[in-house]
Ligand binder design. Structure first.
Ligand code: ARG
Length: 460
């Protein structure tokens, strides 16, 4: 072989590799075969394939599936993608009828169908994982409806909460995530198959029939739109990104809560790792990784948005870049959800540490001001400044405002010298938490109500 020839062959090899998607879209083999079986059955119903041909195709496709699943299928670059790979192996097995399978179909509607089936299946399975996670949040919350924890704004102590209430904030976020996957599922539950290359087909097909066989609600309504858009894939990427953002936020709290300074929770030993150099350490690697993996999931969303933004209608090969990011994001959220569920289920809550932390930072200062407004008819701003004096006085005694006696309070400011003794009750941490009994508030009563609503939802 001449040098020129060798160079040409090498270039051809590089181009094959560049062009092919088989090494990653083989992930779609099951959807591809499912779609092909439905297509062949429809073609037979329409009289395009004979019964014998259809039966040969179907059993051939099942054999291909078997070969892939048992690891006996050789994926090569020559069959550029999963669609070509399955079809050519089918024809190897059954001969002539295999060549008829692609009648009235293009790889453009085929890939749109495969990928949509994948996204729909994953939306359902991620939804059920989210439900499991929510269930665990609710179970743990139910054990801690009276456990006090300092509620924070700006990561500064603000007002006392119960820990169950804090956890239910996450249950709410993950429930909205669940609903996002659900509504995306509904919006995208239409069958691309039969759109053909971009304009439909002159063959006498029945798209309603393939749609039904594949479990879609009905066929999509515009062939060109269907083969060219990937917004269904963008939706799952966004839905995953939002869930990962929520996963990342609870992970951040777990990192903080398990720090030496907080010690609110201890993660079960499987989820904390030791340091290779510092023998005393227990590191929260797992929540850190959950937080970190959120970055790549965002990347996948931005990446596909960018791929799509300048594409003229209809199909363009750029679109082949839609898959790897989705596969990666799906795998990332699947593992993240199952790990987070176990972390929350098994975390050890240090009730004493949480409750003691509430005695730092005068969490009931607002209650004092509110008391003066409600019981003494004081303007809020006046009450606010009086409260500041009490806080300063408590600091001088090295006490938290919730620990002051009535005499100490009366000493703190001239205008409090006759204040009623019941004020002490209002400054109590638990009373303060329970006083926030407005709908959606932190009181134990409200929290228990919210848990009931969740339990009802979970049981449906
Ligand atoms: N492998 C391609 C993809 O993933 C399949 C569709 C190819 N269609 C085409 N006309 N080249 O998008």
């Amino acid at each position: 072989m001449s040098n020129d020839q060798i160079l040409k062959n090498t270039n051809a090899q590089i181009l094959d590799e560049f062009n092919a998607s088989i090494m990653f879209d083989k992930e779609l083999y099951a959807q591809d075969i499912k779609g092909s079986i439905a297509h062949s059955q429809m073609l037979c119903e329409q009289g395009v394939l004979t019964k014998d041909e259809q039966e040969a195709i179907e059993s051939g496709l099942l054999q291909v599936k078997e070969e892939i699943e048992s690891g006996n299928f050789e994926f090569t670059l020559e069959t550029e993608d999963i669609h070509m790979a399955v079809e050519s192996r089918l024809t190897e097995i059954i001969g002539e009828p295999g060549k008829k399978l692609h009648t009235a179909r293009s790889r453009n509607d085929q890939v749109a169908t495969d990928f949509r089936l994948y996204v729909q299946e994953k939306s359902l399975s991620i939804k059920s994982q989210l439900k499991e996670l929510i269930k665990v949040f609710v179970e743990v919350a139910n054990k801690h409806t009276t456990t006090l924890i300092p509620g924070m704004t700006h990561l500064q102590h603000a007002q006392p909460l119960n820990f169950g209430y804090h956890l239910l904030a996450y249950a709410n976020m993950f429930k909205r995530d669940y609903e996002r996957f659900e509504s995306s599922y509904e919006r995208n539950n239409y069958s691309p198959l039969g759109s053909a290359a971009l304009a439909g087909t002159p063959h006498n097909i029945n798209r309603e029939s393939t749609s039904q066989k594949l479990g879609f609600k009905s066929p999509t309504t515009h062939a060109m739109d269907t083969v060219s858009d990937r917004d269904f894939a963008l939706e799952i990427l966004f839905n995953i990104s939002t869930s990962m953002m929520h996963i990342s936020r609870i992970s951040e709290e777990l990192v903080t809560w398990s720090s030496y300074e907080f010690q609110f929770v201890r993660m079960s030993d499987e989820y904390a790792t030791t340091s290779s150099i510092m023998p005393q350490k227990k590191n929260p690697d797992v929540p850190e990784l959950l937080r970190g993996k959120t970055g790549r999931v965002y990347g996948n969303l931005i990446s596909l948005l960018t791929v799509m933004k300048g594409l003229p209608l209809a199909y363009n090969k750029d679109t082949q870049e839609d898959k790897e990011g989705v596969f990666d994001s799906v795998k990332t959220i699947e593992i993240s959800l199952s790990i987070l569920t176990e972390v929350i289920r098994t975390m050890i809550v240090n009730v004493d540490k949480m409750e003691n932390a509430c005695k730092i930072g005068h969490l009931t200062a607002t209650d004092l001001a509110d008391f003066l407004v409600q019981k003494q008819n004081m303007p809020f701003r006046t009450a606010y400044y009086i409260t500041k004096d009490v806080v300063a006085y408590a600091n001088s005694l090295n006490k938290d405002i919730s620990e002051l006696t009535i005499d100490e309070i009366r000493n703190a400011n001239e205008q409090l010298k006759d204040v009623s003794e019941e004020l002490v009750m209002y400054l109590d941490l638990r009373n303060s938490m329970n006083a926030r009994n407005s709908f959606g508030g932190t009181s134990t009563l409200q929290t228990v109500e919210q848990i009931k609503v969740f339990e009802e939802w979970l049981n449906n």
